[in-house]
Ligand binder design. Structure first.
Ligand code: ZN
Length: 176
């Protein structure tokens, strides 16, 4: 996440089909703090990239797959459908290493050629966090970790992924 905007978020768009990349008026209200717990977070969620439902490959029709997952998350997390929320853009980015993914407030979610379902959920949690949090926070800080856990619960209930993520947080002493 490279860009830091200092103007308040002011989209006033409740519609889900807002196009992130094509809109120069999408402005996020956040100040990034040092992302000191990123490595620990990556350790905590390591298994989800390799085991269970979350390690599933994404189909070639990425947009369709994303729409299904995002709808499921939006339906189960109604508190996220606040005024600032809109559905993020998502693209395949061949320049990323294959399993990698990232999120940028203007570009949306970008996935490498072989990014798994978990990578998409992780980046979606970044989008929701950036929409929701007003004020100083770290990219992988407590707000993000809480959101990611809620996303896991929304998709997999109290199953493997949720359980593993929560124990990963505890193991690496990450508040959520
Ligand atoms: Zn991240």
């Amino acid at each position: 996440m490279a860009a830091v905007q200092h103007e308040p978020l002011n989209t006033n768009r409740a519609g889900k089909n807002h196009r992130q990349k094509n809109d120069p008026g999408t402005i996020f209200h956040f100040w990034l703090q040092r992302d000191s717990q990123r490595t620990k977070l990556y350790y905590a969620e390591h298994d989800m990239h390799y085991t269970g439902e979350s390690a599933r490959d994404l189909p070639s029709d990425l947009q369709l797959a994303a729409d299904i997952v995002f709808t499921q998350l939006e339906d189960r997390l109604p508190e996220y459908l606040m005024v600032n929320y809109f559905r993020p853009d998502i693209i395949r980015e061949p320049r990323l290493s294959r399993g990698a993914a990232d999120y940028h407030p203007r570009a949306g979610i970008r996935l490498g050629a072989e990014a798994k379902l978990w990578a998409m959920v992780h980046e979606f949690a970044h989008h929701v966090t950036e929409c929701a949090v007003q004020g100083k926070h770290a990219c992988h800080g407590v707000e993000f970790r809480r959101t990611l856990l809620l996303c896991a619960e929304a998709l997999w209930g109290s199953g493997y992924e949720t359980d593993q993520l929560r124990s990963g947080y505890r193991k690496y002493n990450l508040k959520y």
